[in-house]
Design a protein around this ligand. Structure first.
Ligand SMILES: [Zn+2]
Length: 213
């Protein structure tokens, strides 16, 4: 992701609404992990030649963890379960075959792995996907429509497009309105007339420092 700057502030969890201290990360094109407190007075460092850096009246897109610690753990566990359900459904529909060490993985084995990984995710809040059962896993081979899911290939693209969309839909049905997205990017960082760091919550950011690249 490269270098960025961070504004520390209190922000409500997008799920339970509890305010907690969080770092909002943003980029100006020339960053060195600067840390600011919300409202802190900051000296502009805009480079007129390179057209990078921080200056008053420019707006920068910020991203931050969407959920508090407790909600993130619930989300992570639900995400693993949803991810596993997508795989199972595809296996049962005959679209996906998973092989480990050359042997097809049974649905029973997939269910066991899902439960084990979900339990860990609920505990740690780490949104690990079922690494053991994903194409990046050790000795794991995926066949999507009979074609190996290896990067780069059409099968790789088709599988991840499908899996990502299905995961989003399942999480949304489970009440996670942002689906598989762990971060919010509706934050806008800027310096006000007194050169104090401000963050607007909600809406869309302007030009420099966008994460949307
Ligand atoms: Zn929360």
């Amino acid at each position: 992701m490269g270098m960025f700057r961070t504004v520390w502030m209190d922000l409500a969890c997008a799920s339970c609404g509890m305010a907690r201290r969080i770092g909002v990360q943003f980029k100006t094109g020339c960053d060195a992990l600067q840390d600011y407190e919300l409202g802190q007075r900051v000296v502009e460092d805009f480079d007129e030649v390179e057209h990078v850096g921080l200056r008053t009246h420019d707006r920068y897109r910020g991203i931050a963890e969407r959920y508090c610690r407790a909600c993130r753990a619930r989300w992570a566990g639900d995400a693993v379960r949803a991810d596993g359900a997508v795989l199972l459904e595809a296996i049962e529909a005959g679209r996906l075959t998973i092989r480990k060490h050359g042997v097809a993985v049974t649905a029973e084995r997939v269910r066991e792995t899902i439960e084990r990984e979900a339990e860990q995710a609920y505990r740690t809040g780490s949104p690990q996907r079922l690494y053991e059962l994903h194409p990046s896993g050790r000795h794991t081979e995926f066949l999507w429509g009979g074609r190996p899911v290896v990067f780069p290939s059409d099968a790789w693209q088709a599988f991840w497009d499908y899996a990502g969309e299905q995961l989003n839909q399942r999480l949304k049905r489970a009440g996670w309105s942002a689906g598989g997205d762990q971060f919010r990017d509706d934050l806008t960082v800027y310096l006000d007339e007194e050169s104090r760091v401000r963050v607007d919550v909600g809406g869309d950011a302007g030009r420099a420092g966008s994460y949307a690249s």
